[in-house]
Design a protein around this ligand. Sequence first.
Ligand SMILES: Cc1cc2nc3c(=O)[nH]c(=O)nc-3n(C[C@H](O)[C@H](O)[C@H](O)COP(=O)(O)OP(=O)(O)OC[C@H]3O[C@@H](n4cnc5c(N)ncnc54)[C@H](O)[C@@H]3O)c2cc1C
Length: 406
Amino acid sequence: MVDFSFTEEQELFRKVLREWCQKNLPIEKVREIDTKQWIPEEIIKGMADLGLWLMTAPEEHGGLGADWVTACIAAEELAYADLTIAIPVHFLVESSWGFVADRYCSERVREECIRPSIKGEAFIGIGTTEAGGGSDVAAFKTTAKKDGNDWIVNGEKTYISGTEECVHLGKGGFWITARTSPAPPEASHRGMTSFYLPMTAPGVEVSKRFDDMGRMGISCGAFTMKDVRLPNDYLMGEEGKGFYMTMEGFDLARLLIGATSIGCSQRALEIGMEYLKERKAFGRPIGKFGMIQYELADDYAKLEALRSLVYRTAWMINERYKTKSFSALECTKLISTVKLLGPPLAFKIFYDTMIWLGAWGYTKECPLEMGMRGIMSYVIGAEGALNIQRVVLVRELLGKEYIDYK
Ligand SMILES: Cc1cc2nc3c(=O)[nH]c(=O)nc-3n(C[C@H](O)[C@H](O)[C@H](O)COP(=O)(O)OP(=O)(O)OC[C@H]3O[C@@H](n4cnc5c(N)ncnc54)[C@H](O)[C@@H]3O)c2cc1C
């Protein structure tokens, strides 16, 4: 039996969130986020009051215990409202990486970071990328060496979302990966261990804030770790198992990126359609021109296909966590499909609708350019480059022996 309906609670949740966004995130506010390069505190607080931050964390740890379909609804609605994508980024990083952190962390980390993040008083993000390794996650150089009951961490991470937010709040940190034992050349991911790194730990220093082209309301920076002493309580899960847990985080983040892509695409199409009916050229609304109509129909069709794929994948992930009825790899295969298709489709829809809007589409009076700049971060590679999703799919379709870099 296939059931494609949302539950009554999910429909109500969407309605409440849509209304909250209409009130609190009108397009002028969104533009302000883009120009001031910061998400205002009242928005962070308002989202905390709604239980949105880390909503996927279990109720006994302070979250809503939201399932992944509901988390996708939230991501979709936030992206529908905030075309800059900054709030959806902040939301999805916490709801995916925070969820995984909560699953594998000690009670101490839960108290210090997870519970405050749920209240909007801290930030929990992801720090895997290094100067020498983005797509090649296992090519990291950061090390963690055991010293009594502690670990001494050395290295640096770069292109990390949320560094300034952590510093500003003075609370929170990152899920980082570090090498704890040498790995054999044929399996460079072995020996990777995950830790919680609080940004306030002595030896941690933000070394850069990148001047990004979009999603200006959330920072992207780099930090160094020099002889940082982390207690064993900050170890996530088991030593040497960091790669698998990190991949779990990427999967969940990529799912929410799919939902984000739906939300901003839907809004762009609505802005575009309104204009197609209003703007006249050659004595008729431009929506009468076949060339534009075909683009609209194609964009709509692809968006509906993405919507079905994202929610099917979210349902599958729910089933996996509840009953293990799907394997991790079955989920990953669909998730990589979502990440491969979602952001480029959203970018294409911003591109098409901006062109329909003519010269107005090229101005900052029109909100579409913020969306195009924002979604580009996910086309480029935040939470994994598109080619890496292709590598995952080919690995699952043809077999590991067909991976071209091995
Ligand atoms: C706005 C933004 C925010 C980010 N936030 C975070 C964050 O919070 N935490 C974090 O850890 N990282 C973050 N990143 C980094 C992101 O994860 C990396 O950009 C991504 O993994 C790609 O790595 P790279 O940029 O080093 O590109 P590279 O890995 O150097 O890739 C460059 C190009 O080569 C292609 N390529 C690489 N390998 C292959 C292959 N095997 N086959 C075919 N093509 C290949 C890629 O597709 C890409 O087009 C962020 C990035 C951006 C843009």
